[in-house]
Design a protein around this ligand. Sequence first.
Ligand SMILES: C[S@@+](CC[C@H](N)C(=O)[O-])C[C@H]1O[C@@H](n2cnc3c(N)ncnc32)[C@H](O)[C@@H]1O
Length: 271
Amino acid sequence: MIAGMALKEDVRTFWNRASCGEELYLPSQEAAGFDEHRRKRYELEPYIPGFARFDDTRGKKVLEIGVGLGADHEGFAAAGADLHGVDLTDRAIEMTTRRLAHKGLKSTLRVGDAEHLPFGDGEFDVVYSWGVIHHSPDTPAAVREIHRVLKPGGEARVMIYHTWSLVGMMLWARYGLLRGKPGTSMAQIYASHLESPGTKAYTPTEARGLFRDFSHVETSVVLSQGDLLEGGAGQRHRGPLLSTAKAIFPRWLVRRAAPGLGLFLLITARK
Ligand SMILES: C[S@@+](CC[C@H](N)C(=O)[O-])C[C@H]1O[C@@H](n2cnc3c(N)ncnc32)[C@H](O)[C@@H]1O
């Protein structure tokens, strides 16, 4: 319990230093800066709108957990959802508030913890969360909370990290193999070398286990910009080795030969 609380403070500190994508893709906090961030996000991650299904949420009560810089939140707000958002950090709430204000869009935003959602039972038609609950120390508790706040028949749209990804394997080669520690587990690699401390990843079977209280669960894996060494490839990783790998990486071959080795595990689950 104490260890979990200390780890959550470390997670909060990490994301309060810079929200996800802020250093690489947010040129300013003016309207044009947020627009550029959104344009770049969907250029690099074109599958997000199809998964989030913004237009389907018009008039529905929607909760986003872990809003970050708020690009997807803007999509739900622009679609006309009755929108609520939480994030562990003040920074993300301030950024998303600023983004929506530039557009005259509305949401009820507050600092909040995925493991203890500040909402009653059965309030939401849709709960959306992209790349968030694997950072929280007690991910199963976050899934139980998503289930609790959904209405019967409501839908969770959640992305968590996938264990057998090219990102994970490249990090294992860099921080396990090249450091003479080939026995380093994938769990240790994700916890120590990808984003905030203690980050976890799951297989599709494990994801189904996490969402076992839901009546219908679908999973799929997609190659992320990190797997394809596109864009900035992560907040923590830079340097000549990465630049060389990016220059020679056979993206077309990877797309064809290894579509299942993506970092992003997409879960759609009905309560
Ligand atoms: C990788 S970023 C993703 C942000 C956004 N969804 C996106 O796709 O850009 C992870 C976000 O999750 C938030 N987060 C981490 N643990 C959380 C928790 N227990 N409850 C709510 N938000 C959390 C962080 O503060 C951070 O903003």
